[in-house]
Design a protein around this ligand. Sequence first.
Ligand code: PMP
Length: 419
Amino acid sequence: NALPAATQSLVERRIQAFGPTSVLFYEKPLHVVGGDGVWLIEADGTRYLDVYNNVPSVGHCNTRVAAAVAHQVGVLNIHTRYLYDIVHDYADRLLATFPEGLDKVAFTCTGSESNDLALRIATAFTGKRGFVVTDNAYHGNTSAVTDVSPSSRPGGALAPHVRVVPAPIGEGDVGARLAADLKAAIDDLEASGFGFAGFLVDTIFSSDGVAADPAGFLAEAVDVTHAAGGLFIADEVQPGFGRTGAGMWGFERHGVTPDIVTMGKPMGNGIPIGGVVSRLELMEAFAGGVGYFNTFGGNPVASAAGLAVLNEIEERGLIANAADVGGYMAEGLRGVMGRHEQIGAVRGAGLYIGVEFVKDGAPAQDIATRVINALRDRHILIGAAGRYGNVLKIRPPLIFERAHADILLDALDGALAAM
Ligand code: PMP
């Protein structure tokens, strides 16, 4: 059961170099040497079906992205304070995917930087400091963003200016419940003197365990946000760029228009690029006179990657593909649920689906962990999410096909039957 010598040596070098900050998947970590579409290739040549990675959304080693990046590296790569063409080819294309009014963009390098900037914009515009988020949200790793990411604050102590609401998952009218909880949180922030700057949510609620239905449930909370003078910030790092199958952006499923949108992960298919889109008056309140400088954000190579990704999404019809394959997979998963009592719910939209494991009506993280390991043994890579770590997180590259979904469905069925 020992690791191959070369893999063991990498584990040791990693512990030596990174120490306690190292984060790895699996007890027997995967040593990957290549990628091909929806497949990841291990050092010994084993091919794994990738059901986990949303960053390479147009496929591992996508030839169009690779060619665009390689070309641009040879032409020019430079910090962002000069004029160059490709950033505007990209900015124009990106902004065209947004509703009217959302017509200013600032480029960053990561989702964390994007959310950090969104918090600064919201604070500058409203003059308030308080934010409301869901209770197991993750929005990134900067100091300010960690304050609004309860899932990365062990022990659960919240920053003084942050309030949480339960994720909109469960029985009944989730939209009305979310709006009422939000109203109470806002009242509390007002009473505490911080005031209310904004409501920040991942519009597919990834780390909360995936919440998608009924489409439109966010509308009431957005109304509450605006009535209280706050801003609605849509974190599109996970649902954005077509994943929900209902348009380019997750908020579109809810029929709402955010004040600020943040992006990252799949934007450059792995080349670091993120962004914040908002309206002129908000950007003005934040940056008027001083601007926003980010050395690498939207540099020529990042812009080339971003442009190639948009071309792939549009020309290969990947939003429709996410709807089709995602719908097919969700139906198949409901079939699996009918055969195995360990599954309590299947939730999601497009190619973001959560499968919740329960035992005696309670969240069952141990089942999720066993399924993840059993699927790895069957050469499928997948992860878990949710406050209790009991929700299987299905979010493969958007080029996933029905035949790939069948591989996952068979393997999940088999793994649960074998337990
Ligand atoms: N927002 C959400 C919803 C995320 O899932 C993540 C990353 N998991 C981030 C923001 C942060 O992105 P990054 O790791 O690129 O900083």
